[in-house]
Design a binder for this molecule. Structure first.
Ligand SMILES: Cc1ncc(COP(=O)(O)O)c(C=O)c1O
Length: 348
């Protein structure tokens, strides 16, 4: 595989583990997109968008769905469908909505995030939720929402765990939103359907452009009233789109062909983790399609240079780098990264 040269390297890229968002639509997916029946979706007349929304809503056991351009937009309208100006939402400290969505809920909706501390697998407890809800008092913001994520940096939050968090939220009258950008990864890993988690929450944002391999798109599912509010917010954000059945067709194709195969991504990530496990001084955490790798601090920058020289890209954060497996990573590429690590540490 030879691609353009991201990250400033002028070497051919042989394996790109930066994210499962980097996949390109397959030929069959492109064919499905090209031949999609379309209409004006702002007029609610695009049959392919409607089919995608209805299908995901049904899969999640929810009343309605709304097609959006991105996970960020879907989470934003999801959170703001539950929070008004000055309302507070509780959220895990490492969550994508809090850290990586430009503070949109606060900037555009005046909703105030309250971060809850998490453990190394990005979990927090029902008691943490109870402790974070503010007493009704003139001094406090009104806590109206709990925002969850699954998988959380690759880690599956079990159905029971999400149920216990949502239960604590309900005791205080909170709504619950779930960022399910990778809920299908959780579902495949746990061997249950997405509806098992969706049953505990009001709205779920489902991404088509992560492990499912579509080039664009997310669908927010939930009860009709929440989705109605989200629909208006989408319009307000300039997110009403026209003949986007061509894009929704990629999502439908992905639901038909790319869900069960997520198990392959998880197995390849596990294979890489097993291959690295014998390397002294390397800490490796594997969760679904992600690997978190912490080399000795003094080796970090030389290791990055070595991997780049081998044509391997990852999210080279320090001290911990992230490798993500996806539709465009095969067994040879998985072996390549293990081999590259082994050669580096053998020579160290
Ligand atoms: C957990 C999670 N939620 C939401 C998003 C946002 O998705 P998008 O990049 O489509 O806005 C991402 C993006 O990678 C993500 O990892």
């Amino acid at each position: 595989m030879h691609q353009s040269t991201p990250m400033g390297t002028d070497r051919p890229i042989r394996a790109d583990f930066r994210s499962d968002t980097i996949t390109r639509a397959t030929t069959a997916m492109r064919d499905a997109m090209a031949s999609a029946e379309v209409g004006d979706d702002v007029y609610d007349e695009d049959p392919t968008v409607r089919a995608l929304q209805e299908r995901l809503a049904a899969m999640a056991g929810k009343e309605a769905g709304l097609f959006l351009s991105s996970g960020t937009q879907s989470n934003l309208v999801g959170v703001l469908s539950h929070c008004g100006r000055g309302d507070e939402f509780l959220i895990g400290r490492t969550s994508h909505v809090l850290l990586n969505e430009a503070g949109g809920a606060a900037a555009l909706g005046s909703a105030i995030p309250w971060p809850i501390e998490v453990d190394e697998t990005n979990h927090f407890s029902a008691d943490d939720v109870r402790a974070a809800v503010k007493e009704p008092d003139q001094h406090h913001p009104v806590t109206t929402l709990l925002s969850l994520e699954n998988t959380a940096n690759g880690h599956v939050q079990s159905v029971d765990h999400v149920g216990s968090l949502a239960g604590a939220a309900r005791e205080h009258g909170l709504a619950v939103h779930l960022d399910g950008a990778r809920l299908f990864n959780a579902a495949v890993a746990a061997g249950v359907g997405i509806e098992a988690w969706a049953a505990h929450v009001d709205t779920v944002s489902l991404c088509l452009s992560k492990g499912l391999g579509a080039p664009i798109g997310s669908v927010l599912v939930g009860d009709r009233a929440s989705i109605g509010r989200a629909h208006r917010l989408r319009k307000m954000l300039g997110g009403g789109m026209r003949q986007v059945g061509h894009l929704a067709a990629a999502g439908l194709y992905a639901l038909d062909h790319h869900v069960d195969r997520l198990a392959e991504d998880h197995a390849r990530a596990g294979h890489i983790a097993a291959g690295m496990s014998g390397i002294d001084g390397l800490s490796v955490v594997h969760a679904t399609n992600m690997l978190w790798v912490t080399p000795p601090a003094e080796a970090h920058s030389a290791l990055v240079d070595h991997l780049l020289a081998d044509g391997i890209l990852a999210s080279f954060w320090a001290p911990t780098m992230r490798f993500v497996t996806h539709l465009d990573i095969d067994d040879t590429q998985a072996d390549l990264v293990v081999d590259s690590f082994t050669r580096f540490f053998d020579g160290a």
